[in-house]
Design a protein around this ligand. Structure first.
Ligand code: BGC
Length: 920
């Protein structure tokens, strides 16, 4: 009897041990889930723990990497157990990895008491081509004139090849000069758009990796490609910079086939490919749009059924491959679809569809009609004062589609290939029959970042503002962070990205997106350390604006890496960008010389700050919204030095840390001397931005902070609670107020409905963030069409304050390893709540009030700790999940803080209830 009981007991015991109340999930490699094409030699792993348990902490973890999914002993190439709470971006440091190979990995974690989770589900990543020598294919060029005309047709390429054995797996690696779409046996490969994306091509050209196993067939196969102009050859920038990167389009591709018998084969782009420019794409460019003649479609052109004997030969081209890099960001994809909310005729007789949302992407057109009929789609963001279709603000960007029907009796469906548009309204011309919503579908296109944040409060207008911020991000995170997605810019304006980066990282997972773009920032940086206005830099031409540097713009090279490091605890990103960060600050230092005042360093000033105009003088008292440019540039110089010193500290570069800290102190002193009066006024400008920068960057002497805040607050009150800041002051304005006892005034600004304010555009019907506070004036006339985008994320930087201060969801240590919950309560809202998917799991903070009764709901993810600040009460008066604090499970420490409490907890879900002491 005993003999049988013991094993059963042991079995029960082990089942007990593994059936834990925690498990591991969400395994990511280099910020991505099961990614193909990772070119890091030592990729990094992140995992999350799921548990409801309060105060859960990881005591240890074990990681295994294997060459096959079953983790059989022979297949394991790396097996490591570490006593550590690290669960974010842990580096692989096993044997060197092979190119083009899939590796499986799994994780087991232990809590602090030694119980383990059992193994996670396996995850994988696949290496890219890790060395230039792995490229066997040749660059090929379709036949092109030496000086091809602008708006030339797209090119088709194809190649037949045979597979005679059973295929185990196949991968395609592809890129282009221009944009490409890869086809196999008549099917477009993958679901990515606008490949290979936009980078500093001559230094970093991305290639994509595709799993094409399911696209191949035994026997004859056809590989095909379509090529369009893309960023490579389109006119970019307002100076009609055509063919900035080169005049000839080219294609590079290799397909790696592994057979089940262990043999392998490569299909390469080479001189044997055939090409034609007789296809349907007649003209295409990023700003222009696309002309597509469906009569010229070549049925089956990328299938074996087609005979290519009339096609031309391609030419091999000898471009270097040393600039090739694996795609570093999440792909651009077709993310969603929206239908028109209204189809109507404008007063001047134009047939227009209203998509109900200012969006970026294109229209999928469904049409049935006679062969040869052309349907034209024009795209605009707004209707004018009279309700007519308005395109003047698009400047030289046509963003027009011309589709000529092939006359299919069953109807035809068309989507453009090599362009995108920023629009809410579509003017439709030449549509056969009655135009119904069925004919038009808005396809929303952007980098496929996971949404990580939500914010909501009791003000529907603020909720619409949050919606607008999110849509501004979608529309302008199309592989590169752009200023706007519609007019003839759509460029990686550094300043815009700098001011919006923090907010963007709440809304979506931008880790991979910015990792990639920051590499381009470093790649474009001049040997002097100068950082151009736009990245990739398409403004630097002999006849154009020379590399200019402007304070607050060039600082993207310093501020964004620091922000990303903090949000994602990504030390490697900081390490990679450090030389660039330092070089930029050193560049400013050289420009400033011994004076430490960066004279002439601000080209754009506090861009688009409030300018009084006759129609807006009604409430305006003081015209002092202008900020002295040297004050701006010197403030950013100081801030840059401060950040580099902190970054050096993180990276253990103690000498640098001391040097830049000292530099910061010196600039601070100079700044005070030059721009601040002994009574705490900023001199040479008394603008809101000047106070905001001095206070936020720690330049205002401690003893003058309170008076400086008073001057700032007075200016806002004098303006009847209106802001007057531009791009540079706006992101920090409300932070400065709420951090200095003026949180009610910050709410007044947030909730202000009249111009200039965040809610004024909302009241005017905006569905994205406007470039200008008054893009459309109260009488419905527009601002200067030369500079008036209705989808410009910069002023959306208030989102950061909404998450951090209104909802109170703040980071306490890099990566949210420690969290600070500190809601700024107000009587002006009934509730505010935010949630954020951090690298550790969900962080949430939300409060609601009914009279003086407050409820605060908090979620703290496993393996993190939190300081939760409870204002306006004492420890006897707070209930947590219905119990007094004294018996609140998991409470580690309570301290009095200001007029309230600070509570230390670990992970868990908490509900605090209290009644505000009078006067709050
Ligand atoms: C862009 C801005 C940019 C600015 C520089 C504009 O044309 O659209 O957003 O930052 O130029 O001042």
């Amino acid at each position: 009897m005993k003999k049988t009981i013991l094993p059963i007991l042991l079995l029960l015991l082990s089942a007990q041990l593994s059936a834990q109340d925690f498990s591991v999930s969400d395994l990511t490699c280099e910020h991505r889930t099961d990614p193909l094409g990772i070119d890091q030699a030592q990729p990094r792993f992140t995992w999350k723990v799921k548990t409801e348990r309060r105060g859960w902490k990881q005591g240890a973890f074990r990681i295994q990497v294997a060459s096959v999914a079953d983790f059989s002993t022979a297949a394991i190439i790396w097996d490591k157990k570490v006593d550590s709470d690290v669960s974010v971006l842990y580096s692989y440091i096993g044997v060197p990895l092979q190119s083009g190979t899939r590796y499986w990995w799994r994780i087991k974690v232990w809590d602090e008491k030694g119980a383990d989770s059992g193994w996670s589900e396996p995850a994988w990543w696949e290496t890219a081509l890790l060395s230039v020598a792995d490229w066997k294919a040749s660059w090929i060029e379709p036949e092109q004139e030496a000086a091809p005309p602008r708006y030339s047709p797209g090119h088709l390429l194809r190649k037949e090849f045979a597979t005679n054995k059973k295929i185990a797996s196949a991968r395609a690696y592809a890129t282009a000069h221009g944009l490409y779409e890869l086809y196999l046996n008549g099917r477009k490969v993958g679901d990515q758009a606008l490949t290979p994306g936009w980078t500093v091509y001559y230094k970093r050209l991305q290639y994509q990796t595709y799993d094409v196993t399911g696209y191949l067939q035994e026997g004859r196969n056809i590989a095909g490609a379509m090529l369009g102009e893309g960023w490579y050859r389109s006119g970019l920038g307002w100076e009609k910079n055509w063919a900035f990167y080169g005049k000839k389009l080219a294609f590079l591709c290799q397909i790696h086939i592994r057979y089940t018998d262990g043999t392998e084969e490569w299909v390469l782009s080479d001189g044997s490919w055939k090409t034609s420019n007789q296809g349907p794409v007649q003209a295409n460019e990023i700003y222009y749009g696309e002309d597509y003649d469906a009569r010229r479609e070549i049925p089956g052109w990328s299938t074996v059924a087609f005979d290519d004997q009339n096609w031309r030969n391609v030419t091999k081209a000898n471009y270097s491959k040393s600039n090739l890099v694996a795609a570093g960001s999440v792909p651009v994809r077709l993310i969603g679809e929206i239908k028109p909310v209204r189809i109507f005729k404008t007063p001047d007789g134009t047939l227009v569809a209203d998509m109900g949302q200012n969006m970026v992407g294109w229209i999928k057109l469904k049409v049935k009609g006679k062969k040869g009929k052309t349907v034209t789609l024009r795209h605009a963001e707004v209707l004018d004062k009279n309700g007519n279709f308005y395109t003047a603000n698009l400047r030289n960007a046509k963003q027009r589609i011309r589709y000529t029907l092939r006359g299919d009796k069953n109807g035809e469906i068309y989507e453009p290939h090599f362009t995108f548009m920023g629009f809410r309204y579509v003017a439709v011309d030449g549509f056969p029959g009655e135009l119904t919503p069925e004919a038009l579908t808005g396809v929303v296109v952007h980098s496929d970042m996971k949404q990580t944040g939500t914010f909501e409060c009791s003000s529907p207008l603020v909720n619409q503002l949050q919606h607008n911020i999110l849509w501004g991000q979608k529309g302008n995170f199309v592989d590169v962070p752009t200023d706007c997605p519609q007019r003839d810019e759509r460029m990686g304006w550094t300043g815009d990205a700098q001011v919006f980066a923090r907010t963007s990282a709440f809304n979506m997972d931008v880790a991979a997106f910015f990792t990639k773009w920051l590499r381009d920032v470093a790649a474009e940086q001049r040997p002097s350390g100068a950082v151009p206005f736009v990245i990739p830099d398409v403004l630097d031409r002999p006849d154009s604006m020379k590399v200019g540097v402007s304070a607050g713009w060039g600082d993207a090279a310093v501020i964004i890496p620091w922000t990303m490091y903090q949000v994602y605890d990504d030390r490697q990103l900081l390490e990679n960008q450090y030389t660039s960060m330092k070089a930029y600050v050193d560049f400013i230092h050289k420009k400033s010389g011994d004076s430490l005042i960066w004279r002439g360093g601000s080209v754009f000033g506090d861009w688009l700050f409030y300018h009084p105009s006759p129609t807006h003088l009604d409430y305006h008292v003081s015209p002092d919204a202008h900020t002295n440019h040297d004050l701006i540039s010197t403030a950013f110089f100081a801030h840059g030095a401060d950040i580099v010193s902190q970054a050096a500290n993180v990276l253990g570069k103690t000498e640098d840390a001391a040097y830049y800290k000292d530099l910061f102190e010196k600039i601070r002193k100079t700044f005070v001397n030059e721009f601040i009066t002994p009574s705490g006024r900023t001199i040479s400008s008394a603008s809101q931005t000047s106070y905001v920068l001095a206070l936020h960057f720690g330049l205002m002497p401690e003893h003058l902070r309170a008076t400086a805040v008073k001057y700032l607050a007075k200016d806002i009150r004098d303006k009847k609670k209106h802001l007057s800041t531009g791009f540079l002051g706006t992101p920090y304005l409300c932070h400065v107020l709420s951090e200095n006892g003026e949180s009610e005034l910050a709410y007044d600004l947030l909730l202000q409905e009249t111009y200039p304010s965040w809610l004024y555009p909302v009241k005017m019907g905006a569905t994205t963030i406007w470039e200008r506070w008054d893009g459309q004036k109260t009488d419905s006339t527009f601002q200067d069409p030369g500079m008036n985008s209705f989808n410009h994320y910069a002023y959306g930087a208030i989102g950061d304050w909404m998450y951090q201060a209104a909802a109170g969801l703040r980071m306490g240590a890099p990566g949210y390893r420690h969290i600070v919950i500190e809601p700024h309560l107000t009587g002006k809202l009934n509730y505010a709540k935010a949630a954020y998917q951090s690298s550790y799991g969900e962080v949430a903070s939300g409060w609601e009030r009914s009279g003086d009764k407050i409820t605060l709901r908090v979620t703290i993810p496993p393996n993190t700790t939190a300081s939760i600040r409870i204002p306006g009460t004492d420890k006897e008066s707070v209930r947590e999940s219905g119990t007094p604090l004294a018996s609140s499970a998991g409470l580690k420490k309570t301290t009095n803080q200001g007029d309230g409490l600070e509570l230390e907890y670990g992970s868990g879900k908490y509900v605090f209830e209290w009644t505000l002491k009078s006067g709050k």
